[in-house]
Design a protein around this ligand. Structure first.
Ligand SMILES: Cc1cc2nc3c(=O)[nH]c(=O)nc-3n(C[C@H](O)[C@H](O)[C@H](O)COP(=O)(O)OP(=O)(O)OC[C@H]3O[C@@H](n4cnc5c(N)ncnc54)[C@H](O)[C@@H]3O)c2cc1C
Length: 447
């Protein structure tokens, strides 16, 4: 049976009725995919398929890292957790992290989703990642290249890991005193337990990567590094909160979502006053709202559209609702009002009304001039987006922009990866960008 297609294709001439293909079928990895007593979900789905063979299974094709999902699910089905982790580690040095926070495009792409909920691939990866890490193997002898990586978030870490595996010496610089980028301070530990992150970080570090922490590099520093190293990868993320530009935004008691999460993530317990209002509908808004709820305060999340349009992940919305988060839809902030003590005491919001569908398929919500309200607020957390320092980097490096080629190459020996290149995206996409840049560098230095 051809296993790299999503439709079973049996070559009658080769088939020896041995049943090996059935044993390897990922549909058997999860009991809820077995239909009836004899058939599998895969068999049930086959008649629905278009019949077109695809190069890869849809889950693998949808994964930015191209993980061999069929392979590791088949190992798990056989009870081989270590084998499953070995397969995962071929393309992914942060298996525990992705087992917790990946936005799992594989699951959305799974063919079985047309008849039932797809298998929980992310949770299965989380389980596989509990296996002991194998010994890190790196080529011995003189390094083939020396590469500086600026930023120790998922893009920089994945790049450094790939470089080390290909025989380069990777030196990673970061402005923060710790490794991990957003994983270490922005994504709260109730979503990504720190010991799970540490397990992945230790494995990456075991590849002989050197870290230089607490060093915020300027474009001038990077220009100097270009003289010392064979190549430099910029992986500085999108670490700045996008300000709303509202009257009263600088009042005491008003937080930018990323700043609030940074303080919480670094263990500083930022002080909030009830009631807390969070503005936004993405991951930052949801994580900030849940972190505030965990302080035992009443929290309302106000969003300008409807729940269906929220960019935050559905499971996070469900978790937040279960923890007591209140939602207020179709309102946008207009101004923040000070109370007697000088801090924020209220938030003026305006209602919005849905309009036409825009070109991107999203319904546009327009402000309703007849609907203006005041919400009581002891603290307000604004989570309206993030921005990178792309323009400053480009200007400082003497480039028009940070527009790179498909491998992230900006100029000879200068690469960019992760959120700095793509704008705020996801962990797995940042990692894929880092790995791509690392591979391109090794090709460049070896040619
Ligand atoms: C609150 C929140 C929740 C999220 N939740 C999810 C989620 O559930 N799933 C998901 O897939 N994605 C999530 N994301 C997105 C994800 O975290 C990012 O897409 C990812 O971390 C980007 O990786 P990166 O390596 O490009 O950048 P970052 O992770 O931002 O790392 C960049 C690193 O560069 C360093 N740096 C910056 N400037 C300099 C400088 N001048 N010199 C030296 N070092 C510098 C920074 O200190 C940082 O360590 C979330 C993001 C946030 C903010």
């Amino acid at each position: 049976m051809e296993g790299r297609t999503h439709v079973p294709v049996v070559d009658e001439a080769l088939c020896g009725v041995c049943g090996i293909c059935r044993g390897a079928c990922p549909a058997l990895a999860s009991p809820d995919l077995v239909e009836g007593e004899s058939g599998t979900m895969r068999a049930a789905l086959a008649p629905l398929a278009s019949g077109d063979k695809t190069e890869l299974a849809p889950c693998q094709e949808a994964c930015p890292l191209g993980q061999d999902i069929n392979g590791y699910l088949a190992c798990l089905a056989e009870g081989d957790q270590i084998g499953a982790l070995d397969i995962i580690l071929k393309d992914n040095p942060l298996p525990s992290v992705l087992g917790y926070v990946c936005h799992h495009p594989c699951q959305q792409a799974c063919f079985s989703g047309s008849v039932q909920s797809p298998p929980s691939i992310r949770d299965l990866k989380r389980f596989a990642a509990q296996a002991p890490r194998p010994e890190a193997i790196v080529p011995q002898g003189d390094p083939l290249a020396k590469v500086a990586v600026v930023g120790a978030g998922p893009a920089g870490l994945a790049a450094a890991w790939q470089l080390a595996r290909q025989g380069a010496k990777a030196v990673v610089f970061d402005a923060q005193p710790m490794v991990g980028g957003m994983l270490a301070w922005a994504i709260p530990d109730f979503r990504l337990p720190r010991q799970e992150l540490q397990r992945d970080l230790d494995y990456i570090a075991a590849h002989g990567i050197e870290f230089k922490l607490g060093q915020a590099l300027s474009p001038e520093d990077v220009n100097a590094l270009r003289g010392e190293y064979d190549a430099v990868i910029l992986a500085c993320g999108a670490p700045k909160a996008q300000k709303a530009g509202l009257p009263g935004e600088e009042l005491p008691g008003v937080w930018q979502g990323l700043d609030f999460l940074r303080e919480s993530g670094l263990g500083k317990q930022p002080q909030l006053t009830a009631p807390v209002v969070v503005i936004g509908g993405g991951n930052v808004a949801l994580d900030a709202a849940r972190a505030a709820l965990h302080q035992g305060l009443p929290v309302t999340l106000a969003y300008r559209r409807d729940r269906g349009q929220m960019p935050a992940y559905a499971e996070e919305l469900e978790a937040a609702a279960a923890e007591g988060l209140k939602f207020l839809y179709r309102v946008q902030p207009v101004a923040l009002e000070a109370g007697q003590g000088g801090g924020v005491a209220a938030l003026t919001v305006q209602g919005t009304i849905p309009g036409q569908q825009a070109a991107d398929g999203r319904v546009a919500f327009a402000p309703d001039p007849d609907d203006q309200r005041s919400l009581e607020a002891g603290s307000v957390i604004l989570a309206l987006g993030q921005q990178s320092e792309e323009d400053a980097w480009a200007a400082g490096l003497g480039l028009q922009s940070l527009q790179a080629d498909a491998q992230g190459r900006l100029a000879q020996g200068l690469y960019v990866a992760g959120d700095l290149l793509t704008g705020p995206a996801t962990v797995v996409e940042a990692m894929a960008g880092g790995i791509k840049a690392a591979k391109a560098i090794m090709q460049e230095v070896q040619s």
